[in-house]
Write a protein that binds this ligand. Sequence first.
Ligand SMILES: Nc1ncnc2c1ncn2[C@@H]1O[C@H](COP(=O)(O)OP(=O)(O)OP(=O)(O)O)[C@@H](O)[C@H]1O
Ligand SMILES: [Mg+2]
Length: 234
Amino acid sequence: MVDCFTKDTCKLYNSEEDTCPYMNSEIKICMRQYKINYLLDQALLSEAQKTRKALLLDVNKVDLQAFTELNTIKTNIVSFAKNGNNLYIYSKIPGNGKTSWAIKLIQSYINKIWAESQLTCRVLFINVPKFLLALKASISTHSDYIDHINTFVNSADIVVWDDIGTKVATEFEHEHLLSLIDSRLLDNKSNIFTSNIVPNELSTFVGDRLASRIINTATNIEFLGMDKRGIRLK
Ligand SMILES: Nc1ncnc2c1ncn2[C@@H]1O[C@H](COP(=O)(O)OP(=O)(O)OP(=O)(O)O)[C@@H](O)[C@H]1O
Ligand SMILES: [Mg+2]
């Protein structure tokens, strides 16, 4: 008998025959669920970020073209990563789905590669302000978070650099980010950036050299939709 905590919701569970293609009968766990969850944990997604959310267009459909482009990237996310493609999702308006879209893309990637993947870190989600604070603190106190990022930042297939350019970076922050991102670009590794800064202002926040690398290597997609933060609570 299939004994899986996800069988009530999992589309792959066949309730009539009580079968599941991914059930490991010896250890009684769903290998698909286990591996996907492992890869999401390694990506450093929180439990809330792991849940899939529908992203809707505003009534005036102002982001239709942006969403269509992102859906195409999502469909082709495996080749996006393989080709070392980059994406810059930006908007001056907060809360209109930049981070949510970046997460959707990496969830989609994990859903496509889990079967052939080892139990390792294939994708990393790095909230840049949190990373820079932790980096500073790690100078005096050991940080598992920084360790994990340092271990996998070069090898991960896709790194999300969330909220890049929230404030003007210090010289130390500039250099650190530049060196990490530059190494990935030289290795032809994919990156997804989200930001509240329009491309031609990014250099003020992250410096000319990093801004040039980001803007000139990435597909730039702007969101113009309204702030939807908290909209589900109403
Ligand atoms: N298009 C959308 N449809 C439904 N919910 C959305 C949409 N866009 C954003 N949200 C919701 O609004 C909240 C904020 O979204 P998100 O963090 O992706 O915004 P953001 O653009 O990254 O914001 P910020 O600019 O502040 O970083 C989330 O709870 C998300 O689920
Ligand atoms: Mg965000």
